[in-house]
Design a protein around this ligand. Structure first.
Ligand code: NDP
Ligand code: 2IT
Length: 457
């Protein structure tokens, strides 16, 4: 590095540090949002140092400020006739490269910090997919657990009554996330259609295939994560075949990550839900998990009644104490901390692939990187879901549907491209092997250049 280079790096470091302090000050108490911003800002130092235009144009200052954050009241009537009130959110984070795009989360923990961290991450992830989609996220502190089907429907209708003013196929296109699957998307779509008086199929993605959904969307996030990790393993002469895998969660992402890992010859020995984890040393029976979770909405501990050779532990975060070659955190943010990372490393883990959004804490990520564990960061590894959502939008615009082979083939190519772009950026910016930096830089550059081109808006 020349003296000039060193000075530029220092200027960039000072700039991101100052900016980070400003973000903390302006968004008090929003820890998840701070965490997401910190990881990105730290890793962008080499890109900012090399391209001072981004600093002059205040690109990062603009990126950390959402274009719009909406919060709204969601009143609904429960089965006993009582009126309930929840809070709804939609953050429209960045529209430089396309309409706002990102899921809706229904979970009691949802607040502005969580929605903003997810919307911020979505900006880089969506850019990495190579598809023309901006960034958004939304949801509610509504807890779907224990609610009847009619309660879910009434909640979704009330939520959409307000949200419908702010979305559209060319403005903002929500989809699913935790607590929101095809059933909820159906109710949301029905209400949107009724309010608009028009069939705008592309306003939501993750629809059932019978009315505008894409084949392969349900599987896309989990499959995509495994495709990405597979690329990463192959580059080191490794593979899923014969490996032992631990996957947290037992929802949409987790189930299809397990399915694809098994298809590639792995033995998946554990999965979880918020009540705890199950360990089946002979290999998880995925049909049982699907029946319990997708069909009956039951708790994961019921698995051991059907498979007595498996054990249940009522602490989901302890799943990482099970020795494995590959760990795929696919449940929620910060589910894998430094202690868990140290245990995985001590047990010889070779690769970690983040199916969930920000599942590893900042310290855990650094522990993996410092110990040369192959690490696939969320923005890259779980981008397959939103990528196929963009393919669903494309099919809706064309009023036709592609075969599952076509969609899955495109997904595979997209995941390969994201892997290559991340590797290339990590090498170009002096952090070879660090896909966290590589993915952040590759995702950032496209959005930043679009913002420069479009002026100060
Ligand atoms: P689901 O609601 O289908 O499943 C979530 C799973 O994680 C469930 O097993 C759930 O257990 C568990 N979980 C959720 N919250 C917690 C918590 N606070 N503590 C412990 N366990 C928890 O959601 P998805 O599979 O769709 O999403 C999982 C992750 O993947 C999220 O981080 C999401 O943002 C991310 N993601 C999802 C995409 C998608 O297309 N769906 C795309 C990209 C990322 P329980 O049922 O007991 O609550
Ligand atoms: O975090 C995510 O990328 C998602 N929940 C999927 C978003 C989408 O629009 O398909």
């Amino acid at each position: 590095m020349t003296q000039v280079d060193k000075e530029q790096v220092q200027v960039a470091k000072d700039y991101v540090e100052k900016l980070f302090n400003k973000v903390v000050e302006k968004n008090p108490g929003e820890e998840e949002f701070h965490q997401a911003v910190k990881e990105v800002l730290d890793s962008l130092v080499p890109a900012i140092a090399k391209n001072p235009t981004y600093m002059k144009q205040a690109i990062l200052d603009r990126m950390v400020e959402p274009e719009r954050l909406l919060t709204f009241r969601v009143p609904w009537v429960d089965d006993k006739g009582n009126i309930q009130v929840n809070r709804g959110f939609r953050v429209q984070f960045n529209s430089a490269i396309g309409p706002y795009k990102g899921g809706l989360r229904f979970h009691p923990s949802v607040n502005a910090s969580i929605i903003k961290f997810l919307g911020f991450e979505q900006m880089f992830k969506n850019s990495l997919t190579g598809q023309p989609i901006g960034a958004g996220k939304g949801g509610s502190d509504f807890d779907p657990k224990g609610k009847s089907d009619l309660e879910i429907m009434r909640f979704c209708q009330s939520f959409m009554t307000e949200l419908s003013r702010h979305i559209g196929p060319n403005t903002d296109v929500p989809a699913g996330d935790i607590g929101v699957g095809a059933r909820e998307i159906g109710y949301l779509f029905g209400q949107y259609k009724k309010l608009r008086g028009a069939y705008e199929a592309g306003v939501l993605t993750g629809k059932a295939v019978g009315y505008g959904g894409s084949l392969g969307r349900k599987e896309a996030t989990g499959y995509g994560t495994v495709y990405f990790v597979d690329e990463m393993l192959k580059a080191q002469g490794l593979s899923f075949n014969g490996s032992t895998v631990v996957v947290s969660g037992s929802g949409n992402v987790s189930i299809y990550a397990m399915e694809k890992a098994m298809e590639l010859g792995a033995k998946v020995v554990a999965c979880s839900d918020s009540s705890g984890y199950i360990h089946d040393p002979n290999g998880i029976n995925l049909d049982t998990v699907k029946q319990l979770k997708e069909v009956e909405s039951k708790r994961i501990y019921e698995y051991v009644d059907i498979h007595p050779e498996a054990t249940f532990v009522d602490e989901f975060s302890k799943i990482w104490s099970i020795p494995c070659d590959i760990a795929l955190p696919c449940a929620t943010q910060n589910e894998l901390n430094k202690e868990a990372a140290d245990t995985l490393i001590a047990n010889g883990v070779k690769a970690v692939g983040e199916g969930a959004n920000m599942p590893s804490t900042y310290d855990a990520v650094n522990a993996f990187l410092a110990n040369n564990v192959l690490f696939a960061p969320a923005k890259a590894a779980n981008a397959g879901g939103v990528a196929v959502s963009a393919l669903e939008m494309a099919q809706n615009s064309q009023r036709l549907s592609w075969t599952v082979e076509e969609v899955d083939g495109k997904l595979k190519e997209i995941m390969k491209d994201i892997y290559q772009a991340s590797v290339q950026a990590s090498e170009e910016y002096g952090t070879p092997g660090n896909l966290v930096a590589g993915a952040n830089i590759a995702g950032f550059t496209k959005v930043a250049d679009a913002m420069v081109a479009q002026g100060v808006i």
